[in-house]
Write a protein that binds this ligand. Sequence first.
Ligand code: FAD
Length: 317
Amino acid sequence: MAEVLVLVDHVDGEIKKNTYEMLTAARRLGEPSAVVVGTPGTAAKLAEGLAAHGAEKVYVAESEDAVNYLSTPQVDALATLVERVSPPAVLIPAGADGREVAGRLAVRTNSGWLNDIVDISGDREATHSIFGGAFTVQARATSDTAVVSWRAGSIEIEEQAGAGTQETVELPAIDESTSAKVSNRAPIVGGDRPELTEANVVVAGGRGVGSAENFNVVETLADSLHAAVGASRAAVDSGYYPNQFQVGQTGKTVSPQLYIALGISGAIQHRAGMQTSKTIVAVNKDPEAPIFEIADFGVVGDLFSISPQLTEEVAKR
Ligand code: FAD
C-alpha cells in the first residue's frame, strides 16, 4: 500500500491535535507515515503518540538547526521523502508556517497544491475551502503527489494503532548564503489557556469590547469554560489584544466545538477563520449584525451584561 506522508505539528514535545486528524485522513489514502522534523531527541518524545494514532512509519529528521531555519528543514525532509517513496499525498498543517512549507514543497517536487482542505476521499478528491470560506469546491491534483494543507478541526480523529517503525532522514546542510537564521521569537502570552487552534472552546472579543482593560470580561468567561481567547482584527488593530490571537482570514483558523463571539459584527474575513466551528454563540447589541446569520444561538444585548451572567451560570455547573 502507498505511503502517505504527514508532517507532524508539534511544540515543546507535544503533538498538536491536528496531526492526529491528518493521520486519520491519510489512512483513507494509504499507509500513514509521520515525518518529525525537530532538534535531536524530539522524535523520542513523539513516537509513541504517533504510533498510537496510526503512524506505520515515523521518519525522523533531526538537527540542531531545525528550529532556526523556519521552513527550510521541513521542506528538505519532505522533498527527500517524496523522491524516496513517491507518496500519493503529503499532508501539512494549514497554518501560516504550514502554508509556507506546502508552497515550497509543491514547487520543489513539481506537485499540485491543495490548500485549506477540510476533507479528502480515498481517490484523492479533496474538499477545499476558498474565498475566505465563502465557497467549498471539490478538487484533485493531477500530479503524482498532491501537497495538501489540512485545516485543523475538520474531521473526527479515529484511534487506530500503527507500527511506528522509525527511520532516519538525513537533512542536507543548510546553505547559509540563501538562508537566514532566526534566533528570536515573540513570547507567547496566554498563560495556562489552551492553544487557540487546538482549543475545544474559544471565546472571542471584537471592537465592541471597547478597550484592552475590558478584555478581562472575555478572559473571565473563557477561563470559566477552560477556553482559549480569540480576537477580531478590529480588536487587535485597536490594541485591545495581541495579534497572535487574531481569528480570521489574516489570522488563525479555528474550528472548536463551541465558539462564543462577543461584540463581533461577523465580517466575511472574520467568518473565514471560525465559521466551521461546531456551535457558534453570538452576543451583539445590534440585531442586524451579520454574525447572527451563522450563529446557532444569538443573544441581542450588551456583552457587559450578558457575559458576566454566562460566567456565573457556568460557575454553578
Ligand atoms: P466591528 O465590525 O466594528 O463590530 C463590532 C460589533 O460590536 C458591532 O456589531 C457592534 O454592534 C457590537 N457591539 C458594540 N458594543 C457592544 C456591546 N457593548 N455589546 C455587544 N455588542 C456590541 N477581521 C478579522 O476579524 N479577522 C481577520 O483575519 C481579518 N482579515 C482581514 C483581511 C482583509 C484583507 C480585510 C480587508 C479585512 C480583514 N478583517 C479581518 C477585518 C474585517 O473586515 C472587519 O473589519 C473586522 O472583522 C471587524 O471586527 P469587529 O467585528 O470586532 O468590529
